[in-house]
Design a protein around this ligand. Sequence first.
Ligand SMILES: Cc1cc2nc3c(=O)[nH]c(=O)nc-3n(C[C@H](O)[C@H](O)[C@H](O)COP(=O)(O)OP(=O)(O)OC[C@H]3O[C@@H](n4cnc5c(N)ncnc54)[C@H](O)[C@@H]3O)c2cc1C
Length: 527
Amino acid sequence: MSIDVVIAGAGPNGLMLACELALAGVRPIVLERLPERTTENRANGLVGQVVRMLDRRGLYERLGGDESPRPTPRYMFGALPLNLGPLGADNPLHLLPVPQLRIEQVLEERAVELGVEIRRGHELTGLQQDEDAVVVDVSGPGGAYRLRARYLVGADGGRSVTRKLSGIGFPGVTRDETISRTASVSVPPELVDPTTGGLNVPGYGLIPLNMHHRTERGGIFAFASFPPRSPLVTTLEWEPDRTDDGSAPELTLDEMRESIRRVLGVDVPLGPPDGPGPHLLRRVVGGNTRLAARFRDRHVLLVGDAAHVHSALGGPGLNLGLQDAINLGWKLAAEIHGWAPPGLLDSYETERRPAAERVVMHTQAQSALIAPGSEVTALRELFAELLRDRRNVRHIADMMSGADIRYAPGSADAHPLVGRWAPDLLLETEKGTVRLAELTRTARPLLLDMTPDGSLTEAVSGRHDRVDAIAARPRPTTAPSDSPSALLLRPDCYVAWASASPYPDERERDGLRTAMAGWFGAAHSMA
Ligand SMILES: Cc1cc2nc3c(=O)[nH]c(=O)nc-3n(C[C@H](O)[C@H](O)[C@H](O)COP(=O)(O)OP(=O)(O)OC[C@H]3O[C@@H](n4cnc5c(N)ncnc54)[C@H](O)[C@@H]3O)c2cc1C
């Protein structure tokens, strides 16, 4: 069999997985149904830990980020403002405003650089599995053909053909009483607040920039600006008695204006967009919240929207999906290279399903908080009171960023960082001062030995083909007081083992050897 992995779908998550596999020495074939990259933008930005994760792959600057990610002082939850400034150094929430079209372009360029073959205009139409492999039916520009691969990953979005053909259920709920409308527009410059960038709506007041705004008339309005693109206006309305069948013609600016009038009760003088395109006129009826019954069926795995769909409120989709891909990539590569310890590939679902469940939970909670009705208004008042407490803000920020994720925590006396995503560190190495994010770009497991004598690096012997070891000193200014003296990092930057002692004793060294074997397989014999 010549093909290790076929990925169905060159959306952001399929492309991210392709990059991760290629970094790990596996060259997947990516099948993409569309002959050209789409011009319809969905996400306007990345929210959460994924921003820092992309920095740890060298993609943050390519996506328009400057220097290194910094947490945002403000965000929102269920159209309530989230004041994150008081969290200071504990603030885990990072934003990167970048259109999904650009994310897909950057990931595609990176995948091609790494040698990935992307077949555009090739659609997965069928699949069968046998004991050793999956056979994929493809319809391409030159006709139908078949591929036999060890694994197929469905990254083919919420309506995933891979998921359906594999017989994997997609339980959840469909709501059809909402209509959301989004349009690229121009607004008279005098209506834009010079200090905040918000929109001063005559007869209504100031609408904050890039925030959902719930009105007492029972709707949501948002004014968003991501220069140099034209501003976007969005409304969300509840129409439980709607009778249309969803086949209405494309959204017009007039329809957008009428919707805004219903939501705000006043007119907003909108014009057609005058910034660079592509411009958006989108109407979305209803929405789904669903989670695949399984993320794996033998040789078939699901990532991203193929595995879970939910409301886009707060923009959690790519924080979840891209980190699915990063979690899966190295595990699948380990399986293909033959060094994966038993159960490693199944840990993809064990680890990522709870992350998806959490997003399903908080997007549903946010949907409840923005709905119309006086009971909801009362609930929001209570919620707003709770959000005056720093601990609650921290709780929500941890949840939205994914900082509350703790995978396998290890034994009861394990270091508190085990199972957590590794903190940012500034390190002195023999090659100079570097950020941890600069050491993780190869996506290889990494033993970071910060003990005074650097004696732990020998633990890598017999696994040099797959694990790197670096002796380093943390810069005291960046090191927290409970700073570890050594960290074993998985390629997705989660901590597999850590020690706090400058001179780890034999018991701790045993723990390191166990973690090394548990995550990165048996060592080659030295004989
Ligand atoms: C309106 C809206 C706004 C959003 N805003 C945000 C946001 O601000 N932040 C955020 O993080 N997320 C946001 N999201 C969510 C985000 O867009 C999705 O989570 C993301 O697109 C999922 O990526 P994916 O690669 O899993 O699937 P998709 O992007 O759906 O890509 C799937 C790909 O598979 C291809 N394909 C499908 N079937 C086949 C087949 N049979 N064979 C081959 N190829 C196939 C498709 O053509 C497509 O290119 C938003 C979503 C929506 C709808």
